[in-house]
Design a protein around this ligand. Structure first.
Ligand SMILES: *Cc1c(COP(=O)(O)O)cnc(C)c1O
Length: 377
């Protein structure tokens, strides 16, 4: 089934005799048993709930996996994933990571004895060089946030396979509409479902998707035991969001490309980071491994005063954290998403007081350009 159709109908495996087109919201904590030692397949909603199960099957199909697990947020998903590791284990991560993942690894997981090495995962040799006898996994985001560097998933998966490591890929930015990391050798795909999958800036959600049965079972066990599960109503909201994923991604990407081109020619803009611009250093690699470039754009303005001015003056574009929704949002990574990254690391990555990040939404492109134009005057 084509992905356009899968987004809409893939989830329609729910069988009911009411003819309901939308999956019912099973607002239940618990389920009655038909007899001793019997189950309807549902016992308690922490373990499974029909609405959530439906969503999980949908995301598993979209990612070409065989198991999808729906969490109450993206960070809940990453936290559960890291329960796979124990004290002394070493994990290699992208150096340019979502701030929340950076905070989890360096302020919580490290207290439990996990060790992390951050490298530029676009540099395959650097990843290989960072592997030690204690290394258990490689965690990557592609494109990275906010610097939009692309990692060659296939190349990294070769290193992971050769060294018996798990390859964990955060696919929040591209979504399964544009990229299927499991097809390129990843072991686990992570999503913040809060972003493009729900798509309306109205709900938090997270996912882990796997293909390997033993790994799926371990993660399911962690999930059912620790309990950061997605509620039935939020599961329904994400299902509804996914129905329009394909059309939203297409249009948001088109807007992002036009806006990037416009920004590239503006005198106050020093540099635009958008993977879909043919002069982006990873354009060719991205074309090879993904079906699209997404709709996240970062750019550097001429001075910090301009950055502050833009944030204060935009009116249609909202100054808010998060991304991937129908509304365009702008953030100041240095002060917001990446505030906890040590200054020297931040500066070396290029996350400075002139860098802004834009999640391009579904508004009319001319209105978006007009808003930025007046903000930059
Ligand atoms: C937002 C985000 C997360 C965390 O997800 P939440 O739903 O906010 O907990 C993880 N990774 C990336 C790339 C994100 O953008």
């Amino acid at each position: 089934m084509n992905i356009n159709t899968l987004c809409i109908h893939g989830s329609n495996v729910y069988h009911n005799d009411t003819g309901a087109i939308s999956v019912p919201i099973f607002q239940n904590a618990t389920f009655a048993h038909p007899g001793v030692g019997q189950s309807t397949g549902y016992d308690y909603s922490r373990i499974q709930n029909p609405t959530r199960e439906h969503l999980e099957e949908t995301i598993a199909q979209l990612e070409h996996g065989n198991e999808g697990i729906a969490f109450s947020s993206g960070m809940a998903a990453v936290t559960a994933l890291f329960e796979l590791f124990k004290s002394g284990d070493h994990i290699i991560t992208s150096d340019d990571l979502y701030g929340g993942s950076h905070r989890l690894f360096n302020s919580i997981s490290s207290n439990h004895g996990l060790q992390f090495t951050a490298v530029n995962t676009s540099d395959t040799a650097a990843v290989k060089g960072a592997v030690t006898p204690l290394t258990k996994a490689i965690f990557i985001e592609t494109p990275t946030n906010p610097m939009m560097k692309v990692t060659d998933i296939k190349a990294i998966s070769k290193i992971a396979k050769a060294c018996d490591l798990l390859l964990l890929v955060d696919n929040t930015f591209l979504t399964p509409y544009y990229l299927n990391p499991l097809e390129l050798g990843a072991d686990v795909v992570i999503h913040s479902g809060t972003k493009y999958l729900s798509g309306h800036n109205d709900t938090l959600a997270g996912f882990l998707v796997t293909k390997n049965k033993a790994l799926s079972e371990r993660l399911r066990f962690i999930y059912g035991t620790t309990g950061a599960c997605l509620s039935p109503f939020d599961s329904w909201l994400v299902l509804r969001g996914i129905k329009t994923l394909a059309v939203r991604m297409d249009r948001q990407q088109q807007n992002a490309l036009e806006l990037s081109k416009w920004l590239s020619h503006h005198t106050r803009i020093k540099k635009v980071f958008y993977v879909g611009l043919p002069d982006h250093p990873d354009y060719a690699l991205s074309k090879k491994q993904a079906r699209g470039f997404g709709a996240m754009v970062s750019f550097k303005v001429d001075c910090p005063q301009t950055a502050v001015k833009v944030l204060e003056r935009v009116s249609l574009i909202l100054y808010a954290e998060s991304l991937g929704g129908v509304e365009s949002l702008i953030t100041y990574p240095m002060l917001q998403t990446h505030a906890d990254v040590p200054e020297n690391i931040r500066e070396s990555l290029g996350i400075d007081n002139c860098l802004l990040r834009l999640s391009v939404g579904l508004e009319d492109i001319n209105d978006l350009i007009a808003d930025l134009d007046q903000a930059l005057k």
